[in-house]
Design a protein around this ligand. Structure first.
Ligand code: FEO
Ligand code: CA
Ligand code: CA
Length: 685
């Protein structure tokens, strides 16, 4: 759009709200999810209601977890011509420790890294991605140009090695903030519809080729073993943009079902685009999984049925008013269109012409991410959170085994298997969980859990639900089986060393003290916590598990925080844990989304050992610019580089009155940075 577009009233989206976000982030990212009653009105128990004493099996399972390490798995180098390979941890001692000195809490408008580390902005909103893409001109944006350029708001960052010095970087573009994207932007209900088309093109994802920067050594430079990566020069045949109009295929048991059929797609198998893709993951066969999260906000005029209410679909016109451009976003005219969003989408980075696949077998909810592990018999398990207050944790286990190198076979693995939802039980008396965060008398928030089967690809286990209904109305099916209401389950990640699985529970200001339970022990939960899951026998296929809460987030000086029993005078504050990743030594890295509002300073990337004597020694590795959320942490398999995607810098400003000018000093541009140690050593060493 040109600068001469008519100016109208700016939207009143500049104030901070509870939960640590700006008003703009709430409206534009999550569709105001926290300003509505939680959509889960099921009578499912908070754990305190269903206290049941269980035998403490922690010691036995800890022993089992050692063997579990053999089947644990992260993802690493997959050259196109090569078969897949598992990645084990390397060089992990008994007591891993992170050696960097923490970055201090701050509100600086930059990425701050520890002493001895350096950083580089790898790719910015608007950078050309496709061949022939125009250079970015913020005052003359067009949808056509944006569809060829790097999209907005970077969330999940995936990295696929293509040899020692080449790689592919996948980045989710979760949502847009038109107030800071467009000069003179006004009201979406009346603004020029080209703004909407640009926003549609800025959603989705980008795939870009990278190369290691090998020019020289020293400060700000790379070197032969450098952790510095940059956009590849020359021919970039894998580069790709996925947008809201990219054709995708619905697969799995619900594909073609009448719930997924529309006037434009009577087959119920073809859908345009993906929405609000938040976190993600990688498969062992080298594809990216990207998770559609708050898709509800793009649709208006829902019929107000139990099915649409449970997903937060509004009966009013949408805030974004995309229905002004594409009628399919008006549910009064196309009621099934919203059933075609809210899935895990698989992207094949090695085939730029491939059709992305929406996997109905993995259920439909506000998917935060998708983390894959192999089971002991080499089937594929996928762990997934539904990021909403009082919603659930899910797991899928494939029917067939993963076979290394059999790509065609492997790409079908997510279409058949079993979808489970988690039910957690604590082992302390309910009266000892009082909502303050005070530890119960056994010294731990812990207990056991079960994965309740919802359906396989051929059989439903939920009364009154067909297989397709379980997979399209997954939240309602999970309500019916008594799943445990969690405090916004976000990212899952599995330790490459022990196989233990971790989940970030961001916060839940709506949990009343009387609703506190052992797995969600504070009410309200302003700062979030981390859950550690040990599957029975260490096997990702297990249908039972033990769990504990190693970290209860917040200011370590506050009594309601807990850092695995570590000396709290030696740990850093953390709030609103969101995305997780591991380094090769098995240390857990946690990025946050909401520290500015809840603690008063910038979001950050923290890291903490989860094994050995330093378990709980949480440090702050990086802070992100003003109002940004720290997204997409990924540590390369060689342990030399951290990728970080600060998204929505300056989200409480406008283009004309920015509150952040990161990274270039003019206007905020969501970007991906890489961080490495100047002396060439591993991250954290
Ligand atoms: Fe997009 Fe749940 O964060
Ligand atoms: Ca306990
Ligand atoms: Ca997230």
């Amino acid at each position: 759009m040109s600068e001469s577009a008519p100016r109208r009233r700016l939207l009143p989206l500049t104030d901070l709200v509870g939960g640590g976000r700006s008003r703009a982030t709430c409206v534009l990212r999550c569709g105001d999810a926290c300003f509505h009653p939680a959509p889960n009105t099921s009578g499912n128990a908070y754990f305190g209601d269903i206290f049941q004493k269980v035998v403490d099996r922690r010691a036995a399972l800890r022993a089992g977890a050692v063997t579990a390490g053999a089947s644990a798995f992260g993802f690493a180098a997959l050259a196109p011509a090569h078969a897949d390979r598992d990645r084990g941890g390397h060089g992990h001692g008994r007591d891993p420790r992170l050696e960097f000195r923490s970055v201090s809490p701050n509100n600086d408008d930059k990425v701050t890294v520890p002493h001895g580390y350096d950083q580089h902005v790898v790719v910015r909103w608007g950078d050309p991605v496709l061949p022939g893409a125009p250079e970015f001109d913020v005052r003359n944006q067009t949808a056509q140009a944006q569809a060829q350029q790097f999209g907005y708001n970077c969330d999940y960052v995936g990295f696929l090695e293509m040899g020692d010095d080449k790689a592919l970087l996948w980045v989710n573009h979760e949502y847009t903030n038109e107030n800071i994207m467009f000069p003179g932007y006004t009201d979406p209900a009346t603004a020029d519809t080209e703004y909407i088309r640009i926003a549609m093109a800025a959603h989705g994802g980008s795939l870009v080729e990278l190369e290691r920067d090998s020019r020289g050594r020293g400060r700000g430079r790379g070197g032969r073993n450098s952790g510095k990566w940059k956009l590849a020069e020359g021919r970039r045949r894998f580069n790709r943009r996925i947008t809201t109009s990219t054709p995708m295929r619905l697969s799995g048991p619900a594909a073609g079902h009448e719930l997924l059929r529309t006037e434009a797609d009577p087959s119920g198998t073809e859908v345009l685009g993906m929405l609000n893709n938040c976190a993600g993951g990688m498969t062992p066969w080298g594809t990216f999984l990207t998770a559609e999260e708050n898709f509800h906000q793009y649709f208006g005029s829902a019929p107000g049925t139990p099915e649409t209410d449970r997903y937060g679909l509004s009966t009013s016109p949408s805030y974004r008013r995309w229905e002004r451009v594409e009628e399919r976003f008006d549910l009064s005219k196309h009621p099934n269109e919203a059933n075609r969003f809210g899935y895990i989408v698989e992207i094949d980075p090695l085939d730029p012409d491939s059709t992305p696949v929406k996997h109905t077998m993995l259920g439909r909810f506000k998917h935060e991410g998708a983390t894959t592990r192999l089971t002991d018999d080499r089937r594929v398990a996928v762990y997934m959170g539904d990021d909403e207050r009082f919603d659930y944790m899910y797991k899928f286990v494939s029917a067939e085994r993963y076979i290394r190198g059999r790509r065609r076979h492997n790409t079908g693995l997510l279409d058949s298997g079993t979808l489970y939802v988690a039910k957690l039980t604590g082992n302390s008396p309910a009266e000892e969980i009082d909502g303050t965060g005070a530890l119960p008398s056994d010294g731990a928030f812990d207990g056991s859990g079960e994965w309740i089967a919802l359906c396989t690809d051929t059989e439903s286990f939920v009364d009154g639900f067909s297989v397709a209904e379980v997979l399209v109305h997954t939240r309602l099916a999970a309500d019916a089986v008594g799943a445990t209401k969690m405090d916004r389950p976000e990212d899952f990640e599995a330790s490459p060393v022990t196989g233990k699985v971790y989940c970030a529970l961001t916060n839940n200001s709506a949990r009343e003290p009387g609703q506190a339970d052992e797995p969600n022990p504070r009410g309200p939960n302003r700062y979030g916590h981390i859950l550690e899951i040990v599957e029975s026998g260490g096997d990702a296929a297990a249908t039972s598990f033990d769990w504990n809460v190693p970290i209860v987030c917040g200011d370590p000086e506050d009594d309601d925080t807990y850092f695995a029993g570590y000396d709290k005078s030696k740990v850093m504050p953390i709030s609103a844990p969101d995305n997780l990743t591991f380094d090769a030594d098995g240390n857990l890295w946690i990025s946050t989304d909401g520290q500015p509002g809840s603690m008063g300073y910038a979001d950050a990337l923290h890291a903490v050992p989860v094994e050995g004597r330093y378990r709980g020694e949480l440090k702050t590795f990086a802070t992100v610019p003003v109002r940004a959320e720290a997204c997409g942490p990924f540590i390369t398999p060689d342990n030399k580089t951290v990728f970080l995607g600060p998204q929505h810098p300056g989200d409480n400003g406008t283009f004309d009155a920015p509150t952040s000018t990161w990274p270039d000093g003019d206007f905020p541009r969501p970007s991906v940075v890489c961080i490495w140690q100047r002396n060439g050593q591993d991250i954290g060493k």
